[in-house]
Design a protein around this ligand. Structure first.
Ligand code: SAH
Ligand code: DHB
Ligand code: MG
Length: 221
């Protein structure tokens, strides 16, 4: 079996800049043994999130879509002193596993995991005077991505960074005939943001150890 050049280069990048330590390796092995779907970000994407978190000197990060908390650990590790990640997850079982992973990674103090439908929790965050976020990572169900993004803007300070995962989907965003709810959801976000003056936005196409996809990256004006 030949590994394609994009995967090999991604492995090269990971080896240089995003090597998993024993904690991240343990978490991956646990998740695999617990049959958690392998829909977490890759190590090089984790490192990209850390670079963006440092760029926004993030003390308050919001994550929408925790799953087993793999991306949350990358984010928590990029926080400043006394920083916090608030992470939203609808599935109780995933949330339970994520909490154990936060203990393993020694980041429990830095992570505030809130179980429930994200759209409800986002409204609660808005109504309870939560400190403004420096960074938001959107990675939950795709159909309401635009609604998540609108909440993210309201919950962020100017200059904050908002990232949305999986906005290219193997190039399926180009397929006008697609009826896939995830494709339609991310395409709706991409199109809306192309004309949204509240943010300065682009999409970074990603290839490598995960499928061909992309991360939308926006700065709040
Ligand atoms: N960010 C994680 C992967 C998240 S996978 C990582 O990279 O490690 C997407 C997660 O979003 C799943 O765990 C799913 O249960 C959750 N999700 C789906 N719909 C949701 C909703 N309406 N509200 C909150 N979470 C949701
Ligand atoms: C899926 C979800 C994700 O967030 C991801 O990064 C990859 C796949 C999915 O639901 O299939
Ligand atoms: Mg994702």
């Amino acid at each position: 079996m030949s590994t394609n050049i994009y995967t090999k280069v991604d492995e090269y990048i990971i080896d240089l800049f995003a090597k998993e330590d024993d904690v991240l390796k343990t978490i991956q092995e646990r998740n695999d043994s617990l049959n958690i779907p392998q829909i977490n970000i890759s190590p090089s994407q984790g490192k990209l999130l850390q670079v963006l978190a440092r760029l926004s000197t993030a003390n308050n990060i919001l994550e929408i879509g925790t799953c087993a908390g793999y991306s949350t650990v990358w984010l928590a590790r990029a926080l400043g002193n006394n920083g916090k990640v608030i992470s939203l997850e609808v599935d109780e079982d995933f949330a339970g596993i994520a909490r154990q992973n936060f203990k393993i990674a020694d980041v429990s103090e830095k992570v505030d995991l809130r179980v429930g439908k994200a759209i409800t929790t986002l409204e609660e965050l808005y109504n309870t005077n939560t400190p403004k976020f420096d960074m938001v990572f959107i990675d939950a169900d795709k159909p309401p991505y635009l609604e998540y993004f609108d909440w993210a803007i309201k919950l962020c300070r100017p200059g904050a960074i908002i990232v949305a995962d999986n906005v290219v989907r193997d190039g399926k965003v180009l397929d006008d005939a697609s009826t896939d709810a995830a494709v339609l959801g991310v395409r709706r976000l991409n199109k809306a943001l192309s004309a949204d003056k509240r943010v300065t936005t682009t999409i970074l196409q990603t290839v490598g150890v995960k499928d061909h996809d992309g991360m939308l990256i926006a700065v709040v004006n």
